[in-house]
Design a protein around this ligand. Structure first.
Ligand code: PGA
Length: 257
């Protein structure tokens, strides 16, 4: 099965609305003459989503899709400060990043919460980008695979095979995020193959073959070609290098070389 690659930019807590619009416009301009492209996804902060959606619609090129960095699983109600999936959908959001390590670490998100969010996203026909990854301590202790396998099983619990097949997973070793220390490509590929085996165990071989699994953690223009040359890496979730249009565009074009 050939899986369409995805390059997703996670803008994290950066950029006022005007800067977000400028960035997405520069990205769309940077890829306008390219014909072979991966799926390109950008994830601005909640309050910039509407403005970025307008910019995407205005361009009309259809080359860039919109993601949110988080969501809540209930549709509405007394949940002060939360944003639900239909509210994101209203503004053109097609993907939702779920369970990023920063949310697990700073906002105490558990596998159970991540599972509820993934289900809520899929129920509305959006695509979750489910993040997993080990800390440096876990890697040194030799429990990387066990930890990630339990994160994946928890996140996918009770989700149908069809929905698992549509989902996206991002393997992001925490020690590689924002540190400039990229995980060796062959090791990233080994872990991603292991994740695919876990998906096969819980949702069958067909879903495991279809699901797209990205690598994230200090992805840069000069690392992407080697990463994409690996058998099981289907794209990248990019933080720091997605905040400048030229480096993000170079990652996008480098991913399909
Ligand atoms: P980074 O972030 O590319 O800055 O390492 C990746 C991420 O956190 O998604």
């Amino acid at each position: 099965m050939s899986r369409k690659p995805i390059i997703a930019g996670n803008w994290k807590l950066n950029n006022l609305s005007s800067a977000s619009v400028e960035l997405v416009n520069e990205i769309m301009d940077g890829v306008k003459n390219e014909t072979i492209l991966p799926e390109i996804v950008v994830a601005p902060v909640f309050v910039s989503i509407s403005a970025v959606n307008d910019a995407i619609k205005k361009c009309g090129c259809g080359k860039v899709k919109l993601a949110a960095q988080n969501c809540y699983w209930e549709e509405s109600g007394a949940y002060t400060g939360e944003v639900s999936v239909p509210m994101l959908q209203e503004f053109g959001v097609e993907y939702v990043i779920i369970g990023h390590s920063e949310r697990r670490q700073y906002f105490s998100e558990t596998d159970e919460m991540i599972n509820k969010k993934a289900k809520a996203v899929l129920e509305k026909g959006l695509i979750p980008i489910i993040c997993c990854g080990e800390t440096l301590e876990q890697r040194e202790e030799g429990i990387t695979d066990a930890h990630i396998s339990s994160q994946i099983k928890g996140a996918l619990e009770g989700i149908s095979k069809e929905d698992v097949a549509k989902s996206v997973i991002a393997y992001e070793p925490i020690w590689a995020i924002g540190t400039g220390k990229t995980c060796d490509s062959t090791e990233a590929n080994r872990v991603i193959k292991m994740i695919r085996n876990v998906v096969a165990e819980v949702a069958g071989a067909e879903s495991a073959d279809a699901i797209r699994i990205l690598y994230g953690g200090s992805v840069k223009p000069d690392t992407i070609e080697e990463q994409m040359a690996q058998s099981d890496i289907d794209g990248a979730l990019v933080g720091g290098a997605s905040l400048k249009a030229d480096s993000f565009v170079n990652i996008v074009t480098g991913s399909v070389k």
